[in-house]
Design a protein around this ligand. Structure first.
Ligand code: 13P
Ligand code: SF4
Length: 301
């Protein structure tokens, strides 16, 4: 039995479910019970009847699963799989922004700490940020920590969307630059370009479509194009190529690699389920408070 088969066997014996993000390495993607974007993963975490949820992704995803399932065991496959963007917004910063704009609603990207979620009105992911912002009562929305996502929503919504903090970013998407996109277009002149809303505004404007990782799958599936340039973490190309073998997918930037997502190897997944490590623990009070904005998001979408 190879390691992938062994992992699947142990998952079954322990009534555990393996939730995997689209940026994970191919060997881990291939053994997922569910493979998807942040929104899809949160939904699956909410629906699952398994006793244990094993996350191959990053910390905030596993925390969201724990908030939705406080009585289940939630494991993160690599202890140091920590999204650097989530730590760019501290609760104190959010509280001071709320003081500055007392009438605003706070919409928080799931890529944030549970402590920050606990003081938000609603959560969002890149797949539903616009819908969530539009569903808020106030005409002013504070959205963080990703500035580019906030600008994306601001451009498409009637609301005034203010990024908090002013310069929050995902380094993987921020460093996909306009020049790289132009060069990639020259190499693949017939390609349809899809980029993530965490990309810079000039890259978003130069694209043919913008979407979360699962929206990329939908757009690619519905498009008549035969070739695609993908502006997000490089591994997304593996997922798209597997789903649509008759089409061709290329990354806009080969260098767009998320270090946190790449912390997890197949051996880590094996160790995590075998030894039941690394368990996510959160304060009960934080769980209670963070649950409301996460559930509200799931209800809106
Ligand atoms: P989605 O898969 O929700 O588009 O998120 C991208 C991302 O950066 C997750 O860390
Ligand atoms: Fe965080 Fe960006 Fe990596 Fe997603 S891709 S986990 S937002 S650093």
């Amino acid at each position: 039995m190879n390691m992938q088969e062994e992992i699947r066997k142990i998952l079954q014996e322990k009534n555990a479910v393996l939730l995997v993000h689209n940026y994970q390495i191919p060997a881990v993607q291939d053994i997922a019970d569910f493979l998807g974007d942040s929104l899809g993963l949160a939904r699956k975490a909410q629906e699952t009847e398994a006793d244990t949820i094993l996350f191959a992704g990053v910390d905030f995803m596993a925390e969201t699963a724990k908030v939705l399932n406080p009585d289940k065991r939630v494991l993160l496959s690599a202890q140091d799989a920590v999204c650097p963007m989530a730590s760019q917004l501290l609760p104190e910063k959010l509280i001071s922004a709320k003081r500055q704009y007392p009438d605003a609603d706070v919409v928080l990207y799931v890529n944030s700490s549970a402590e920050c979620k606990a003081i938000a009105d609603c959560c969002c992911t890149s797949a539903n940020a616009l819908k969530v912002a539009n569903a808020m009562e106030s005409n002013t929305v504070l959205l963080g920590p990703d500035r580019n996502l906030a600008l994306y929503v601001n451009k498409r919504s009637e609301k005034r969307v203010i990024p908090v903090p002013a310069e929050g970013f995902c380094y993987v998407h921020r460093f996909i630059d306009f020049g790289q996109l132009q060069r990639a277009r020259q190499e693949h002149p017939n390609a349809f370009v899809i980029v993530h809303p965490e990309c810079n505004p000039d890259v978003q404007e130069a694209a043919d479509a913008i979407g979360s990782t699962s929206q990329m799958l939908k757009i690619a599936g519905e498009s008549d194009a035969r070739e695609f340039l993908i502006g997000t973490e490089r591994e997304m190309v593996y997922r798209l190529q597997k789903e649509f073998p008759e089409k061709k997918f290329f990354p806009v930037a080969e260098t767009a690699v998320c270090g946190a997502m790449k912390k997890t190897s197949l051996q880590d997944v094996y160790n995590a389920i075998k030894r039941e490590q690394f368990e996510v623990t959160l304060d009960r009070e934080i769980i209670e408070k963070a649950k409301k904005p996460i559930e509200k998001m799931l209800q809106i979408t």
